[in-house]
Design a binder for this molecule. Structure first.
Ligand code: ADP
Ligand code: MG
Length: 354
């Protein structure tokens, strides 16, 4: 048995999303053979890869086929997020992928999704930041549990940190009851400052929570940085879907990859009788994704604890990671990360549905 034979076996295992084998993708590392024992690392494109377990299983099968016993195989499944490069656009140093969360209309749960998927990505092992680009209606500080101002050092803002997430928001720079009454160019300036003058450090993902619609903040983000892609959050009813079409067209016009659609508030399960009610109907997000030819990233039900977690600054994914809805957020986060990996590899293929 030797390293070459192991590589040969693993060159038959594909990353289902990138549709290439693990060896050509340079994902197989640190192969160590000690008698009949084998250990190796599989370096995926994101620690949040939703197909981690499946790929591990396929690797084990391939290695058993060349004579290793399953109990003698040790695979360290991990991931490193690759830098998303767009020619002619430079993002903040040290940030691998910037992902914008958008919606056609307000109140559909953009901020809720941004916060919970940021936490889910961090729980999967990624380094994550959260930028609140909703300058006039900043909700990130409430949902992240602290509205106190950040420290400023040598003209640079040290981002706030909670639940393992670094974050910045206009809501920590102005008193909570003060309105921010600003014109477009001023919004542009502060968003650029949030990108360039905040000490983000090394991040795998910077999640950007956009205001609703297709205005100045969206333009600034799309133009200023090499976005890995945009996610559209919608509720399932027709009026929200109609608005999300505008978001999709905006990203298309700005030549930003669309990572997919998340359907929020899909249904409600009564905690007393378990009856399922589709308050805003259900399935519209997936239909829209199919119609527009973009990935569907999953559906999130209406859940009392999500709302309470948001209002109290204790996001459910952080406080109760074993709750079924936290698992749903983890699945959606995995789909978003996978879609961003595919975009970064520039080999867009349909992303596996949940
Ligand atoms: N899946 C959900 N279940 C229950 N409440 C939710 C859910 N998603 C969002 N909410 C609540 O709906 C309100 C609006 O959500 P928010 O994230 O602020 O939307 P947006 O950022 O799109 O305006 C908030 O009070 C939030 O707690
Ligand atoms: Mg919001």
């Amino acid at each position: 048995m030797n390293v070459e034979k192991v590589k040969q076996a693993l060159s038959k295992v594909n990353d289902p999303e990138l549709q290439k084998d693990l060896v050509s993708l340079n994902m197989v590392r640190d192969i160590k053979i000690d008698g009949d024992k084998l250990s190796l690392t599989v370096m995926l494109t994101t620690p949040a890869c939703p197909l981690k377990a499946l790929i591990e299983e396929e690797c084990t099968k391939a290695l058993v086929a060349i004579g290793f016993k399953p109990e003698n195989i040790k695979i360290n499944m991990t991931g490193e997020v690759r830098q998303h490069n767009i020619q002619g656009k430079e993002g903040p140093k040290g940030i691998s992928q910037i992902i914008a969360i958008s919606s056609g209309k307000g109140g559909v749960g953009k901020t809720t999704v941004s916060v919970n998927i940021a936490i889910a990505l961090s729980q999967a092992g990624a380094r994550v930041g959260l930028l609140d680009a909703d300058i006039t209606g900043p909700n990130i500080p409430i949902m992240m549990g602290s509205q106190d101002p950040p420290i400023v050092e040598n003209g640079k803002i040290i981002p706030k940190e909670n639940y393992g997430i670094k974050y910045i928001s206009m809501g920590v720079l102005v008193p909570p009851d003060q309105p921010v009454v600003w014109r477009g160019p001023m919004l542009d300036g502060v968003i650029k400052q949030f990108l360039r003058d905040v000490v983000w450090g090394e991040l795998d993902y910077l999640i950007v929570d956009l205001p609703p619609g297709t205005g100045d903040a969206q333009l600034t983000i799309c133009q200023a940085v090499p976005l890995a892609g945009g996610v559209i959050v919608t509720t399932p009813q027709d009026v929200a879907l109609l608005d999300s079409k505008k978001s999709i067209n905006m990203f298309k016009q700005m030549k930003v990859s669309i990572l997919g659609i998340v359907e929020n508030m899909s249904f409600f399960i009564c905690p007393k009788c378990n009856e399922r009610t589709e308050i805003f109907s259900c399935g519209g997000g997936e239909n829209a994704a199919n119609t527009f030819g973009v990935p569907f990233l999953g559906r999130i039900p209406i859940e009392l604890e999500v709302r309470i977690g948001g209002d109290s600054g204790k996001p459910i994914t952080a406080i109760n990671p074993e709750h079924p809805i936290s698992k749903t957020f983890k699945e959606v986060a995995g789909q978003i990360a996978a879609s961003a990996s595919v975009t970064t590899f520039n080999v867009r293929q349909p992303v596996v549905m949940i």
